[in-house]
Design a protein around this ligand. Structure first.
Ligand SMILES: C[S@@+](CC[C@H](N)C(=O)[O-])C[C@H]1O[C@@H](n2cnc3c(N)ncnc32)[C@H](O)[C@@H]1O
Length: 184
């Protein structure tokens, strides 16, 4: 797609950009956007993306394996192993879906993580993730939080997290500029 599909940002200060909130002048002026190989009206994208993931949620992990021949596991392992984890980190995994990144972070360093919030716009994906987590006996469920919301408007106070991750999620968002200003 020509875009980086995996991204992590580590900051001690996690700040809502006040100039963005006040003026909104970073909003894209385009009225169409990409959806797969199509160009569609911007205001249609969120519901189309939502429908796609709601429909595949219970098969999402299987589909990922089938479509990438398992290679997504290697990308995700590499991504998580290269994340700059600080001791006792509060982690936010945006567009976290069924929890693949969160589970790997937890497995990488169970003691180094204070908690991980899996944040996604699609409650069905989060529900699948929560069920997976319950079946995964090695995970400390008390450290996992599941929150439904939009990556373009994170509902968190400044300085709430030490590590922000987003994997295969930015391309699904309508306003990538809004997603990006959220982690700076
Ligand atoms: C391809 S999946 C990636 C899931 C997970 N990160 C992984 O690597 O397996 C993309 C996820 O982005 C979510 N998503 C799409 N638009 C979003 C938005 N605006 N805010 C938050 N999540 C969004 C979808 O619901 C979906 O769960």
């Amino acid at each position: 797609m020509g875009r980086t599909p995996l991204l992590h940002v580590v900051r001690r200060t996690f700040t809502t950009p006040s100039n963005y909130v006040k003026t909104g002048n970073l909003t894209s002026s385009a009225t169409t956007t990409h959806f797969g190989f199509e160009n569609i009206a911007e205001d249609e994208k969120q519901s189309k993306v939502h429908t796609v993931f709601a429909n595949v949620a219970d098969k999402y992990d299987l589909l990922n394996d089938a479509m990438s021949v398992g290679v997504h596991r290697l990308w995700k392992n590499y991504f998580v192993n290269s994340a700059p984890l600080l001791p006792n980190s509060r982690c936010l995994d945006v567009a976290g879906g069924t929890g693949d990144i969160a589970f790997r972070l937890m497995e990488r360093d169970p003691n180094g993580i204070r908690d991980i919030t899996v944040f996604d716009i699609n409650q069905t994906m989060l529900d699948v993730g929560m069920n997976r987590a319950k079946e995964e006996k090695s995970l400390n469920l008390n450290k996992l939080k599941w929150i439904c919301g939009n990556a373009e408007a994170l509902p968190f106070e400044d300085n709430s997290f030490d590590l922000y991750t987003i994997a295969f999620g930015i391309r699904n968002c309508t306003h990538i500029d809004k997603v990006c200003v959220m982690f700076f």
